[in-house]
Every structure is written in C-alpha cells, then in structure tokens.
Write a protein that binds this ligand. Structure first.
Ligand code: ADP
Ligand code: ZN
Length: 829
C-alpha cells in the first residue's frame, strides 16, 4: 500500500495546515479526527481537515513526518470542518482558530497524553513477575512496562523524563499495537472534579437588614460581616468572608440565626435542582398557532428557510420554540437553541427540560472540560438531540440538524469581540446559524421583540420571512410608559433626586399592593466619575483612557477601572492639581440601592450586576430568589432587562435612560432602543397590567419616544433611513482594522503606514475612514488605533484587506505592533 497523506490544521500561533503521513496501522481517518503530530521538536494536537490528499508538487516524501497518534477519531464531523472553513474564510482568521472554537474547551492545544497498562502486572525486586506475554519484549520495552507497573497511569512527559526521549514514541506505538498499553489524551482542565466548600449565606435578607442597626451597637464585626454578605447578594464564598472575618464572627451570626453555612459543590450542576415535573401545557393562542403551523410546514419541506419571529415582549415566543423543536425531533432531526447568555437563560432551560427531559444538553461555562468532552461525544452519536447554549453552541456537532433557533437575536453577545487576543476570531453566532442552516437545509428562526436592523432589512429584501406575534398572550396589554423629564425635578439637598416624584409615588403604590418592581440603571458601582472640583479633571485609570468608577465596599471606598483589574483606595487629593476636592458624580447601581433603602426602609432589594454575580450560579440564584418573592425590588444593569419572565412585576423604572445613548458608535441608538423596550417588557407580564417610568434629561429624543411607544416599526424605519444615508450597515458592510501596542508613536506610524498601503490599491467603491485613535484609545496599557473600510459587499472588503495583508502584517510585526481585523464589527470601541 502506498503511503497516505492528510492535511492537519494546527491551532494558533501556528495556525496553518500541514501535510502529514498516516501510519500503516491506522485504517481509516476522517476529517474532524483529533491527532497528535510532531512539529519540529514538539508534539501538538491538530485536527485532520482533508484526507487522502495528493502529495503537493515539490514536497519530498522523506521530509514528511507521520502522525504520532490518533487521539480521537470522531470528535468533529465533516460538516463542522467545512463550516469552520467558511468561518475562517469569512472572518479572515486561520482555519486552526476556527477549529479551536468548534472543539470542546480543554482539548484545545492540549498535547498531553497519559499511558496506562491494559492488565495488572506485578513487579518485584526490580523485575516483572509471572507475565508470559511480556517475555518476548526487548529490554527497553520491559523497562517501560516496569515503570508503568510501579505507578500508572503516567504522562508521556514523565516517561520521557525517566527513560529518555530516544525511541520512546516507537516503543509506545509498538506496545499499544500489541494491546499491552492504552494511551489517551489528557484534557487540560483546572477544575474537572467538583470541589465542595462551605457557603455562608444570609437566612432572610429582610431580617438581616433589620437586625443591622442593633448589631451595629453590640457586635460591630458581625454587623460588618452581615452587611458584606448582604452586599454580595446574600451569599459568599468562605474564602472571601475569611479574607476579612474570623470564624468566630461567622459563628456569632450563626448563633443569632442570621446566617447559615452549608457545604455545597463549587462546580455544581445547574440542572440538578431543576425538577423534571410535568410542564404546564398551554394550548397555543390563535397567533401562536398560526406561526407554528406555517413554520412546521417549512420544517417539513426540508429546505433552508430563514424566519424572523417578531413577537412583542410577553407574546409567548418560547412556546413557539418548544412546539417546533418537538416537530423537528418527530422528523428524526435535531435542534440547536441559542441564547445570548446562558447565565440568564436558566428559565428557558427549565422550560425545555420540562418538555424534553434528557434529550436536552446544555452547554455552559460551568461544565468541566471532561463533561464538555463527553457531551460532545454524546451529541456526535445522536445521544442527545437538543442543545441549548450560548454562542459557541452553534458549532455543536449534532447530526441531522433540522432546526436552529436564535433567541433574542438582536443581542450583541452573539458577536463577542476579544480585544485582548492576538488571534481574535470574532464571529456572529447568529450569522453562523444562518449559514449552517443553509448548508443543512434547516429551518432557522431568529426571535426577538426588537429585531436587529440587519434582520429587519433582510426581511424587506426578501431574504427571510417575517412572522408576527403582535400581542401579548391572553390579550394582556403592553405596559403604559411614562416619560419623566428629570431637568424639571426639584433638587434635594443640593442634588437632583435619583427617583422622580412619579417613580417614588408609583413604587409606593406597587409595594402597598404587594407587587414587585424592576429597576434598571445601566452603570455599576456607586458613582461612574471621580472628578476634581478645583481643576475639573476626572481621575483616570493609569493604563486605560477611561474614568475610574467609585465603588463602596466593606473595606471602604475604592476607585476601580471597569476595563482592567485596577482597584485602589480613592486618592485623598486630585492627582492632577493636588486639591482635596474630589467629587463623585453620576449614578451607579450601588447609589440607587442606597437611595432605595433610605427612602423605603421596609423594602428588600436584590441587586444584580457584575459585582453581585461573581460566583458561579449567582444569576440563577438571584433570579430565583426574586421569583420566589424574597425581595420586592430587582435592581441592576442591563442584566435585569434580558428575557426574564416575572409575572408579579407590575412596575419597571429606568433611572436614567440616557446612559449609553450617545456613545461614539453608529449602533448606540439601536442599542438604547432595544434596552429600553426590553426592560419595559418586564412589566405587566402576569394577570395584572404593568407600567413603566422612564427618567431622562432628553425627553424629546425620538429614539426614546419610539421606545416608550414600543413602536418597533417606527423606530426601524427612521433609523434605517439614517443608516442608508450614511452608508452604514445594513446598507454597507464594515471591516475594522486595529493596531495596538505599547509604544504610542509606533502604533500611530504603523496605522498610518498600513492605511497608506491600502489607499494605494483601493477600489473607488470602497471607503477608507481613518486611521484614527480608537474610541478606547488606551486599554490595559496598550495604545490603540483603528481604521474602517466600508463598501457594499463584505467580499470586496475582505479582498481589499487580503491584498495588502502581507505587507500590513510585516509592517506591524517589525514595529512590535499587533494588527487584527474584525469583519462585520458590532461596536466601534
Ligand atoms: P416572550 O419570550 O415572547 O417574551 P414568553 O415565552 O416568556 O414570552 O411568554 C410570556 C408568558 O406567557 C409566560 O409566562 C408564558 O408561560 C405565558 N404563555 C405563553 N404562551 C401561553 C399560552 N398559549 N397560554 C397561556 N400562557 C402562555
Ligand atoms: Zn484600566
């Protein structure tokens, strides 16, 4: 038999494909297999991307090395490898990067293997006892077996260390072929095993709050500790608690019955506590029925169909999803359900688990690498046919895919951008879902109450079909929205009040009726600006060009950067002019919480933002506590706006609708509209009708007014006109080129040099905007510049960038500057 060759893609930083020979003992190898290959002096894990390739002309067969080992012969499928090829081409990334995105984490880059014996071998006085099948082995092979018999399994690297590298791979291969040893990949994972640790939590937050004043006098430390726990959302890891508080303090609180500790698994299975009881089975409303029937028909047609499901908040989109997933399963096909952030999607997972039980696999970051790996294998075999997950789940290796659902399709987390990596792969999971659906002849449903303008324009162009759910279920009304002009609110103690008269009044009434309130303030911390009353400068982070945020915590007040890890006590004087006149300006969630507790002492609050959701499972726990009515108010950043369904919430308050409205970003208006409409949609979802109070300093802003009317079409038409005039998406496509590095001057020089190079071969149909400093001109110590390419087709942009690619990369490399591109960017930061 002549020698066979395959193409193997390697992960970054190598990130290219190489040719390898296939050892004779390997019978068949398919694209998607995970293999261990030699790369100069090292062994690396790669993915087979083509099999039986002809030897490229000019390559010397004796220079081509063999694959060392097949680690897994069926981890990815042909289909996924092809999809990754498209992904890499479209987003201008190496194929290796795209494949890494499709692999379960932990498998990435790992090239560690463990070796174990397949039978028990006894060793005595330095020799093997009673093992006839070992008798014919050579001395070196015997030494290897003896080493393993003393302590197995061993890593290959350990064996190399003990026995030397020379000839080791050959011996391993030989012993494996004889069935004497097993070799398996070791997954890279820092937390494969679930670890138990003690959690300390407040038994009843209301009781805790009211016990504070008395404790303050009798046991200061206990009061501090309790306050800290309450700040953390009622629960904290002991490590955090121990940092400041002795066991005696915690014990004291336990004896008062205020806190309890409990041994819990750190990496808990978030599904473990989901009862698989009977699902409440509603019969679909007339509207739901109409949509379900139409979509079932296109599912049966087994041809690609793109559907935009525009359903107002509370219109019952989830029920449409579950019905269609059932139809897909009945056809023997599988389904993927994408959610923007799994941390906020447990509610959806619950509903699906209730309907489909063990058919549902949930991909989330709390799974260990081992669990993910097993899930991958199960999915590949068709052992579970429904996957729910965040963006990376779009690459799950399900066979016979019939349905892809992208819930809240407008959400920007579907295209997360990595501003730190040197090999970023920023893809839109929504767009990839459509691409995969096309290749699989599947139905793709994009669902939202506030569709992205891209999707809406695609409907107008006839690429997708629009399905409407124009009403809430049972004809429940959409909430009434009141816009309050904060410029007209009276001052209190020389400051504008945080709550307008109307919001205060309506909250009071709501509490009296025993109903719940959701408050949105899309800024965390206490005050987003620290500025000097004397020179007017704001205090900035030393490594990022952003203002520091003032946070209050148990240790006192701190100034923190929201873009890097910087955190330090607030300086006593202004760093610019030395005046002791620092002021804290603006309103963060902590400040809202303080005002709320001050004005409504008997009301209990759950604050949900990055600071209170640091521990695993925190989101789900806070949300469930609110659902169980353990608090009257859920206060937080945009997290509180996303898809949550609390039937008892009848009032939503937006503390400041202006936050983020005027970012230097052409999507700022769209994002504000979505946030306001979505948060308003949390009100009045149950039997009782709801209201919304939106506080603003710009009460005539057209974006805000259309959001208040919850008039999506009016917003979309107006905004689309503006985009059309400016040539921005969806009417033009964008590609951002970015440069960053430690040297300010070098970054600018390279940015200009690259732009000049682009200009030289620029087609007149393509516009080059910039280069200029990025809106975040300094981030984590790096200076950042960017330029924008704009044209009608994404392909034209990629071709232009590709043509100048080598020269641009070389220029950047020579000057120590990192050069990256982002196709279809979502933000301009
Ligand atoms: P959306 O995601 O469109 O905002 P949900 O799917 O969360 O809405 O549904 C809103 C609420 O209406 C949920 O509490 C859900 O249980 C309920 N619901 C959905 N469909 C029906 C129906 N056909 N009959 C009664 N209640 C329904
Ligand atoms: Zn910083």
């Amino acid at each position: 038999m002549s020698r066979r060759y395959v193409e193997v893609a390697l992960p970054p930083p190598l990130a290219r494909q190489f040719t390898y020979g296939v050892p004779e003992e390997v019978d068949s190898l398919l694209p998607g297999a995970l293999v261990l290959v030699p790369v100069s002096q090292r062994l690396l894990t790669g993915v087979v991307t083509r099999v039986n390739i002809p030897l490229e002309h000019g390559l010397n067969p004796s220079k081509i090395r063999d694959i060392v080992q097949v680690l897994d012969d069926s981890l990815l499928s042909d289909e996924i490898v092809d999809l990754c090829r498209w992904l890499a081409e479209y987003y201008m990334a190496p194929l290796g990067s795209a494949l890494v995105a499709a692999l379960p984490p932990g498998v990435r880059l790992s090239s560690k293997r463990s070796v174990s014996l397949t039978q028990i071998v006894q060793v005595k006085d330095g020799g093997v006892v009673d093992a006839p099948e070992l008798e014919q082995l050579g001395g070196e092979e015997r030494a290897l077996i003896e080493e393993l018999a003393r302590s197995e399994p061993l890593k290959v690297s350990t064996l190399q260390h003990r026995l030397g590298r020379k000839g080791l791979e050959k011996r391993l291969t030989g012993l494996r072929r004889r069935g004497l040893i097993d070799i398996a990949p070791i997954l890279e994972d820092r937390r494969t095993r679930a670890v138990s640790e003690t959690h300390v939590y407040v038994v009843d937050s209301q009781k805790g709050e009211s016990a504070l004043p008395a404790l303050e006098k009798r046991a200061r430390r206990q009061a501090d500790c309790l306050r800290y726990l309450l700040e953390q959302g009622g629960c904290a890891r002991p490590a955090l608690v121990r940092a400041g508080f002795s066991a005696a303090v915690i014990k004291g609180l336990e004896e008062r019955g205020l806190v309890e500790s409990e041994l819990r698994e750190r990496v808990r299975d978030p599904l473990a506590h989901i009862e698989q009881g009977e699902a409440a089975e509603f019969s679909p409303t007339v509207d739901q029925e109409r949509v379900i029937t139409a979509l079932e028909e296109s599912l049966r047609a087994r041809a690609f169909h793109g559907a935009l499901l525009h359903g107002v908040t509370g219109s019952g989109k989830t029920l449409v999803y579950t019905h269609l997933v059932r139809s897909a399963l009945e056809q023997g096909r599988s389904a993927i359900v994408l959610v923007p952030e799994i941390a906020l999607a447990w509610q959806m997972v619950r509903r699906f688990k209730q309907h489909f039980g063990d058919e549902v696999a949930v991909l989330h970051s709390q799974l260990s690498a081992g669990e993910r790996y097993d899930t991958w294998k199960r999915l590949r075999r068709g052992g579970q046919r429904i996957v729910i997950g965040a963006r990376s789940a779009v690459l799950a290796p399900l066979p016979d895919l019939g349905l892809l659902i992208v819930d809240e399709e407008h959400d920007s987390s579907y295209k997360q951008e990595d501003l730190e990596s040197a090999y970023p792969l920023s893809y839109s999971a929504r767009d990839l879902a459509l691409m995969r659906g096309q290749r699989q002849r599947a139905l793709v449903i994009l669902g939202s109450a506030t569709p992205s303008l891209e999707s809406y324009a695609n409907v107008e162009q006839g690429k997708y079909t629009l399905y409407n759910l124009p009403n809430r279920v049972d004809d429940r009304p959409l909430p009434a929205v009141h816009v309050v002009d904060m410029k007209r609110e009276p001052f209190q103690r020389k400051q504008r009040a945080i709550f307008s008269k109307m919001l205060r009044f309506k909250m009071e009434a709501c509490f009296e009726r025993g109903e719940q309130v959701v408050l949105l303030q899309n800024r965390r911390g206490f005050a987003p600006f620290i500025s000097c009353g004397s020179c007017g400068e704001s205090v900035q982070c030393a490594s990022c060009r952003v203002s520091l945020t003032y946070h209050r915590s148990r240790e006192g007040s701190r100034s923190c950067c929201h873009y890097c890890d910087f955190s330090a006590p607030v300086p006593p004087v202004c760093p610019s002019c030395g005046a002791a006149e620092l002021r804290f300006e603006g309103v963060g969630t902590q400040k809202v919480e303080e005002a709320l507790v001050e004005q409504f002492p008997s009301v209990s609050v759950i604050r949900m933002d990055v600071d209170t959701t640091g521990w695993k499972g925190a989101h789900d726990e806070l949300v469930e506590r609110f659902r169980r009515r353990e608090a009257d108010v859920l206060l937080g950043t945009q997290m509180v706006a996303k898809g949550l369904d609390f039937p008892e919430v009848t009032l939503v308050g937006v503390i400041s609708a202006d936050t983020g409205m005027h970012m230097p970003d052409f999507r700022a208006a769209e994002r504000s509209f979505q946030l306001l409409t979505q948060v308003a949609g949390r009100s009045g979802r149950g039997e009782q009708p709801g209201e919304v109070v939106v506080q603003t300093r710009l009460p005539d802003d057209p974006v805000l007014l259309t959001a208040a009317e919850q008039d999506y079409v009016a917003f979309a038409e107006r905004e689309l006109n503006e985009r059309r005039e400016a040539g921005f998406p969806p009417f033009g496509r964008l590609l951002v080129l970015r440069w960053r590095g430690e040297g300010e001057e070098a970054v600018e020089r390279v940015a200009r040099g690259c732009s000049d190079r682009l200009m030289r071969s620029l087609d007149p149909s393509i516009a080059l905007l910039g280069p200029s400093p990025a809106p975040l001109a300094r981030l984590r110590g790096a200076y950042r510049w960017q330029a924008l390419l704009r044209a009608e087709s994404a392909r034209a942009l990629r071709d232009t960038a590709r043509e100048a690619w080598d020269e641009m990369s070389q220029l950047a490399q020579r000057n120590g500057v990192i050069f990256t591109v982002n196709v279809d960017p979502l933000t301009m930061m």
